[in-house]
Design a protein. Structure first.
Length: 518
């Protein structure tokens, strides 16, 4: 038998053995994958209704501990941590949960227990178990009492029970004012917010204006930053609701918004300030305030309504300033639908088409009125005309006033002559008018880098960066104990140096005396 057939048979056997080994390995891998899949993906346990209630009650009790700790240690960060969880807890609040929590933290004969259970409803009392009754412990801090009242207010607001909410909020506000405790400042701010919300939904917002003004004056005297910032925003919202912009401007000029306010309150204040400045024709200051409002606001779906309102006003102010907003702003998923009418207005202003502007304004007038931006959008008509004249001056070196009138859809040539003359005086275009022959002659384009425009833009960017740096430095926190320890160590080192210097000086004096004796 030759060597070639022997080698071929050996290769065939080796290939068969390799294929058998690979198949066995594959089978083992499949079995191992199946076994690991069974162990790595256990079935998720579905919580029952009672277990979900128990978890919610446990979270509320944990908040009680944080409020108590905040009151005893005078550290506001514990209360802040508890109040941040209110938004997630709000989705899980039900009448049985509130009833069981109230029953486990008040005695049976306590008046507060009967009052709160009465607001929740008689059916909720039937959910109280014997375990809740036996684990009753007297509430030892007013913060826990006010927090329970706040949770009941939120529950009534979600249920649409406005009359009960107004009654309970009035009593809670009076309780907060009578207690006069600094550990209640953050809770008081929340209470005032929902207090105003109940009256706003009831159409009685003007009734609480004196109460809010008195509370704001008191919070300023006590240096209560949380309540003060909340009340200033509530008063501005109250004035805007009734279109009292002069009174809102007086409030802003007579008060100082606290620097230690939260980002949410600062974003609201900047939005209100931007609207006031826009109405007063101070578009540059309005633009800066609205930019801060958009940047300070949380970027999530919860604040989508605020982002939409702030960006609507920001777009109008940019157009009134002669700037065109970026197209990417209108493509954001949260803003796309809400900013659709404003996108059409922006296109009309960018092109300078007066007909398209009028059609868009007439088609979306109800939307603009609901946003309270209709008056500001009417001011854009002059900007549309100016944009059209600027485009005409760039396109034609010489054009008759009659053609200008036709392109801008004006009523007469006299109107076109007046508008062109005003644009020349305002610096919108660089041109001259020949009144006898009735045409406009544009001058040569000037290099923008030979003007002061780049310097102004660079100055604005530097100012923004410096302000951001200062705000970041102010927001830095340092632990008080560590600072005290470092200061004590530095002082001890200085005392040791003084002692050492004094000993060296005394030793030098002794050596001088010995030398004199010799």
């Amino acid at each position: 038998m030759s060597e070639a057939p022997r080698r071929s048979t050996r290769l065939n056997k080796a290939q068969e053995d390799d294929s058998k080994g690979k198949s066995k390995a594959v089978d083992q891998d499949v079995e191992m994958e199946d076994s690991t899949a069974e162990t790595a993906a256990p079935k998720e346990k579905v919580l029952t209704g009672k277990e979900l209630e128990a978890l919610a009650i446990a979270d509320i009790k944990q908040h009680f501990v944080l409020f108590t700790k905040s009151a005893k240690t005078h550290e506001t960060r514990f209360a802040t941590r508890a109040l941040r969880s209110v938004s997630s807890l709000r989705k899980r609040l039900t009448a049985p949960i509130l009833a069981r929590t109230i029953a486990s933290h008040y005695d049976k004969e306590d008046a507060a227990r009967k009052t709160l259970l009465g607001y929740i409803g008689a059916d909720a009392a039937s959910n109280i178990t014997a375990e809740d009754e036996t684990s009753t412990t007297k509430v030892d801090t007013p913060e826990v009492d006010v927090y329970l009242h706040l949770l009941v207010m939120i529950f009534l607001l979600d249920q649409g029970q406005l009359e009960k909410g107004i009654e309970l909020s009035n009593a809670t506000v009076k309780t907060v004012q009578d207690l006069n405790r600094r550990s209640l400042d953050q809770l008081a701010a929340k209470v005032y917010f929902y207090y105003a919300r109940f009256y706003e939904l009831s159409g009685r917002l003007s009734e609480i204006r004196p109460v809010l003004l008195n509370a704001q004056r008191t919070a300023t005297l006590r240096r209560d930053d949380d309540t003060q910032s909340t009340l200033i925003n509530l008063l501005l919202r109250n004035y805007f609701h009734y279109n009292l912009y002069d009174q809102a401007d007086k409030l802003v000029s007579k008060t100082t918004f606290p620097e230690a306010a939260t980002n949410n309150q600062l974003a609201r204040y900047m939005y209100y300030l931007g609207r006031i400045k826009a109405i007063q024709l101070e578009y540059t200051e309005s633009h800066q305030s609205l930019l801060q409002a958009v940047r300070k606001a949380p970027q999530n779906n919860i604040t989508a309504g605020f982002q939409q309102e702030a960006n609507k006003l920001l777009i109008i102010v940019q157009l009134l300033m002669g700037e065109i907003p970026e197209r990417s702003l209108f493509r954001q998923p949260v803003l796309r639908k809400a900013l659709a009418p404003y996108f059409q207005i922006t296109q009309a202003v960018r092109v300078g088409d007066l007909n398209k502007f009028q059609e868009t304004l007439a088609a979306h007038a109800p939307t603009f009125n609901a946003d309270k931006n209709y008056t500001l959008i009417l001011r854009l008509r002059h900007n549309v005309i100016k944009t059209g004249i600027r485009m005409i001056s760039l396109s034609y070196s010489r054009i008759s006033l009659r053609d200008v009138c036709l392109k801008l859809h004006l009523d007469s040539e006299e109107d076109a002559e007046y508008i062109v003359a005003k644009s020349i005086r305002d610096g919108v275009i660089d041109a001259t008018i020949d009144h006898e022959k009735g045409y406009m002659r544009s001058k040569e384009n000037v290099d923008i880098y030979s003007t002061n425009e780049p310097q102004h833009a660079f100055h604005q960017r530097i100012g923004f960066c410096l302000k951001l740096h200062n705000d970041s430095v102010k927001a830095m926190r340092f632990p008080l104990k560590a600072v005290n320890t470092d200061a004590a160590e530095v002082e001890a080192a200085r005392d040791q140096e003084r002692t050492l210097v004094q000993e060296i000086a005394e030793a030098d004096e002794d050596m001088d005396e010995d030398h004199d004796e010799l």
